[in-house]
Every structure is written in structure tokens, then in C-alpha cells.
Design a protein around this ligand. Structure first.
Ligand SMILES: Nc1ncnc2c1ncn2[C@@H]1O[C@H](COP(=O)(O)OP(=O)(O)OP(=O)(O)O)[C@@H](O)[C@H]1O
Ligand SMILES: [Mg+2]
Length: 253
């Protein structure tokens, strides 16, 4: 099961991803959690101590140079397009309660067309993890659509789009669906988050009539509190964890 979690900024991608990762781990699955957001905070949401000290892979200059045989920041020079990455998930992840966490970081050179050693290594690592690893993989993507264009979420079995009951998050969901469709990415699921009332749910169901929802998560003070305390949301909110565990059934078919 290789999953990427996407959606507009702030809708709850990281929160949902951490519940999903915990639910998979509770079922006895080995899970590799990947923070693919340059503004990384998945490790913290999973309860990794001192997560701010984790060096993102995109900043591991020596490693990147060693693997790609190029100088970092040397756009236009020659480097290996197929660097070895198969040992990296073991070497570079932090493990906590059976969950391995890997922080990818961002590549600042920007632009969808950028081919540089850092982005080549990251892309290769993501495709390796998705295509060749046998544990469950959950990737917390950066907000918006760019990762689709860049191909980072191309190989996943399932792209889960988190939406909150608001116009702009729904528009992003439509854009993601359109783009995923263009790219031939078939398996899309949607999760409604931060629902405060039935009115919120009705809004999503009405605005997104032909979308398949895996489930809904209520707005819960416990989740906000956990975030403020720098603790995992599932620690304080067993009820939402149960909801998300139910959603797993849907992922299996
Ligand atoms: N169901 C919920 N109930 C209450 N608060 C929530 C809920 N889901 C998310 N939040 C809060 O909303 C904020 C944004 O959540 P989160 O960081 O998961 O979003 P995100 O989509 O990953 O954001 P970003 O685009 O910045 O990566 C956090 O403060 C989080 O605690
Ligand atoms: Mg996030």
C-alpha cells in the first residue's frame, strides 16, 4: 500500500497522515512515513523527539555528491541520473514504535523543469520507496498541485486528497482530480476534515457530488491541543483514530 496525502494548505494533510500511519502500525503493518513537504512537520506529528534536529535529505550535501557524483548546486554539469538509493530508507530514517520516518526536504532551485543532483536523488528515492519497498508507505505531500507536475506522487497506488468544508479547499480538490486524471493516476480518494456540524458535511457532499469520500473527520479541540503541545494527535484523540482505522478497509479494495 503506497499512499500520498495531498490537498490545499492547512486542510489537515499532516494530521490525517499521522492518524493513517498510526492506524496502519496498529494493525501490525510496517510503515515507512515520508515527509515530502519542504516545510516538514510529520516527524513531530508522529511524536519523534527532537524532530527539529533531523536533517532533511535534500540538505545532505556530502551524501548527494557522493551518490550523484556531482557538485551540489552545479546545474548543467554532469551527474548520475541513477544514483544508488536502496540503502537510504534504512540509513536515513528515524524509527519510533515500528514506524520509520524519513524527511525529504525541499529543493530550492525551483521550477518543474529543474534537473539537479538534489532533485534527482530525491525523485529516485521516492520512486524506489514506492516501487521496491514492501512495507506500507505514506507520504505527506506539500500543499497544492506541484508534486503532481513534478512527478513525485506519480507511482503511488492511491492519492488521498484532504478537504475542509470551504470553497478554496474544494477547488483545489477539483484541480487535483483534473491533473491526476491527465496523468493517468486512477486511484483517488477524498477525506473531509474539520467538520463542525452536519451543515459542513452537507456542504462537501453537495459541492463534490461525484467524488468518493473515504470518510470524514470532525473538528476536534483535542487535535488542536495536541498540535500546540507538539504531540501526536492520535495520542489525545482515540475516537478519530478509530474513524481513520475504519477508512483503512476502503483502501484495501
Ligand atoms: N480535525 C481537526 N480538528 C481540529 N484541528 C485540526 C483538525 N485537523 C487539523 N487541525 C489543525 O489544523 C492545523 C493544520 O493542520 P495540518 O498541519 O495537519 O495541515 P496541513 O494540510 O498539513 O498543513 P500544511 O499545508 O501547512 O502542510 C493544525 O493546527 C492542526 O492541528
Ligand atoms: Mg502539513
Amino acid at each position: 500500500m503506497k499512499i500520498a496525502v495531498s490537498g490545499k494548505g492547512g486542510v489537515g494533510k499532516t494530521t490525517f497522515a499521522s492518524f493513517l500511519i498510526k492506524a496502519l502500525a496498529n494493525e501490525g503493518k510496517k510503515v515507512l512515513a515520508i515527509d515530502a513537504d519542504p516545510d516538514a512537520n510529520l516527524a513531530q506529528a508522529l511524536g519523534v523527539e527532537n524532530s527539529e534536529e533531523i536533517v532533511p535529505i535534500s540538505e545532505m550535501k556530502t551524501l548527494i555528491e557522493e551518490r550523484t557524483e556531482a557538485k551540489v548546486g552545479s546545474m548543467g554539469s554532469f551527474f548520475k541520473l541513477n544514483p544508488k538509493v536502496s540503502d537510504l530508507p534504512e540509513k536515513l530514517s528515524v524509527e519510533l514504535d515500528g514506524i520509520k520516518v524519513m524527511v525529504m526536504g525541499g529543493v530550492k532551485t525551483g521550477g518543474a523543469g529543474c534537473i539537479c543532483p538534489e532533485s534527482t536523488l530525491l525523485k529516485r528515492l521516492v520512486s524506489h520507496v514506492v516501487l521496491a519497498r514492501d512495507e506500507a508507505v505514506v507520504m505527506d505531500m506539500e500543499a497544492g498541485l506541484e508534486h503532481l507536475g513534478r512527478g513525485t506522487s506519480m507511482y503511488v497506488d492511491r492519492l488521498i486528497v484532504v478537504v475542509e468544508p470551504g470553497r478554496r479547499s474544494v477547488e483545489t480538490a477539483y484541480q487535483i482530480r483534473r491533473l491526476a486524471d491527465d496523468l493517468g493516476l486512477k486511484k483517488l480518494s477524498f477525506v473531509g476534515n474539520k467538520l463542525r456540524s452536519d451543515k459542513d458535511k452537507d456542504f462537501l457532499l453537495k459541492e463534490m457530488k461525484d467524488f468518493v469520500f473515504m470518510g470524514f473527520m470532525p473538528y476536534r479541540q483535542e487535535i488542536t491541543d495536541a498540535d500546540r503541545d507538539g504531540r501526536p494527535p492520535f495520542e489525545k484523540d482515540a475516537e478519530t483514530l478509530r474513524e481513520v482505522t475504519k477508512m483503512l478497509k476502503e483502501l484495501k479494495d
